[in-house]
Design a protein around this ligand. Structure first.
Ligand code: ZN
Length: 263
């Protein structure tokens, strides 16, 4: 059996980006480890979720642990950095934030985990962090460096299928309650389908994936665009997860796979 390590930036990224892969790998008896660089300190809390005096990160680590359990992963491990916030925000200058972290030093922290669990497969993010969030860019850099140092055999970059997102926006264009991104906003999202290496079918695990998203109550409200989607549309949007091989472009179109090679 293999050991899959999914490296993410913030609590809730794991559910949205690799929840299906994690659930599928776990269901097949692989060991699944979730590592998060930050505790998501500067996310926007949903109204009324936090108790008086409760810090957002306190709630988010609990949500993360719940999501990991639902997905069949071990209790999450944290690299110990703070959330950098969106690009250009003053929080980018916080010396404790992940964006300010030294890549070598951060990679060493991840290497320790990769070695301890004897990771065979690692997922990071694509080379622009999906949508340019500083912490997501760092996951790419730190993750690839750690894999190199640890000699991890299989490394994949989790990405977003830009063409699929565009289709989804077009499908909900007539719905005035849909508050998802606009077509212009997604022009730089993820990866064009023709450049994606693998698309993993996770439709069988889409209910588990949805359940893992729901527990992130401080971030994803019950009336959010994602959770309001009818089952069929949700399965269409989240039933497939895309991954690139590092440095590989123009793949001639993705290979549709049951699970990633190495698992
Ligand atoms: Zn994130």
């Amino acid at each position: 059996m293999a050991t899959l390590v999914c490296f993410h930036a913030h609590p809730d990224d794991e559910a949205i980006a690799t929840g299906g892969l994690m659930a599928k790998a776990a269901a097949r008896g692989h060991r699944v480890i979730l590592v998060t660089a930050t505790r998501g300190e500067v996310g926007e809390p949903q109204e009324g979720v936090l108790a008086e005096g409760e810090q957002l990160w306190e709630r988010r680590v609990v949500e993360l642990a719940e999501a990991a359990e639902i997905l069949g992963a071990e209790p999450p491990r944290l690299l110990g950095y703070e959330d950098s916030g969106m690009m250009g925000e003053p929080t980018n200058d916080n010396p404790a934030c992940f964006w300010q972290a030294d890549v070598e030093e951060a990679a060493e922290r991840l290497v320790e985990i990769l070695n301890e669990v004897q990771a065979t497969v690692l997922t990071v993010y694509d080379d622009h962090g999906g949508y340019g969030h500083p912490d997501h860019l760092q996951v790419h850099r730190v993750g690839l460096r750690a894999a190199e140092l640890a000699g991890t055999e299989y490394v994949y970059e989790s990405t977003i299928n830009r063409d699929a997102v565009k289709q989804m926006i077009a499908a909900t264009a007539d719905d005035p309650t849909a508050d998802g991104p606009s077509l212009e906003e997604v022009e730089s999202f993820g990866t064009e389908q023709k450049d994606i290496s693998f698309i993993v079918d996770v439709t069988e695990h889409v209910d588990v994936k949805r359940a893992s998203m729901i527990v992130h109550r401080s971030q994803i409200g019950p009336d959010s665009f994602f959770l309001q989607m009818p089952d069929e549309l949700f399965a269409g949007a989240f039933g497939q997860e895309s991954f690139n091989l590092p440095g590989v472009k123009d793949t001639g179109g993705p290979s549709s796979v049951d699970i990633l090679p190495g698992l």
